[in-house]
Design a binder for this molecule. Structure first.
Ligand code: RBF
Length: 148
């Protein structure tokens, strides 16, 4: 069980597993909040084999995830897509989501899906700020559960 009461299965967590966090530079400040929360949770559990890979935008998360899964046991992908700032919103958010799912199925390895797709910057802050609903930890918990 993690500190906040999230229940992992009774099996001991294998903290030797290799995890790569892929994170996009678009909306970097917000993405960094997710990354820090996720990484801190993994470290709290005892994972030491954590690699961070930075990519230009959400679109590139798919390629990086596939490349990393050639040797990593699992990947967490963090990105923020904001509708207000991009007419590409649907294209980017949907294709990234589908791409990550496809990679996970093809590589037969889990991916923590941390693409935050929102209407505006205030919703984005709501889901990423460490004082609010930061989703970074929750997504890391899902990956650990799947690795387990
Ligand atoms: N990447 C993001 O991670 N979040 C975004 O909100 C975002 N908006 C974009 C809007 C436009 C108009 C374009 C052209 C790109 C955007 N990208 C965004 C970057 C995209 O994920 C990718 O890095 C670039 O298209 C280069 O391949």
């Amino acid at each position: 069980m993690s500190k906040d009461g999230f229940l992992y299965s009774s099996k001991k967590i294998d903290v030797s597993k290799k995890i790569t966090i892929v994170a996009s530079k678009w909306n970097a400040e917000l993405v960094n909040e997710l990354l820090q929360a996720g990484k801190a949770h993994l470290e709290e559990l005892g994972f030491t084999n954590i690699k961070i890979v930075s990519v230009p935008g959400a679109w590139e998360l798919v390629h990086a995830a596939q490349k990393e899964l050639a040797y990593a046991d699992g990947v967490i992908a963090y990105g923020v897509v904001i509708r207000g700032e991009t007419t590409h919103y649907e294209l980017i958010s949907e294709s990234t989501a589908q791409g990550l799912m496809q990679v996970s199925v093809n590589m037969k390895k889990p991916i923590g899906f941390g693409l935050i797709a929102v209407e505006n910057i205030s919703q984005a802050k709501e889901r990423t700020s460490s004082s609010k609903l930061n989703k970074g930890k929750e997504i890391a918990q899902s990956l650990v559960e799947m690795l387990n």
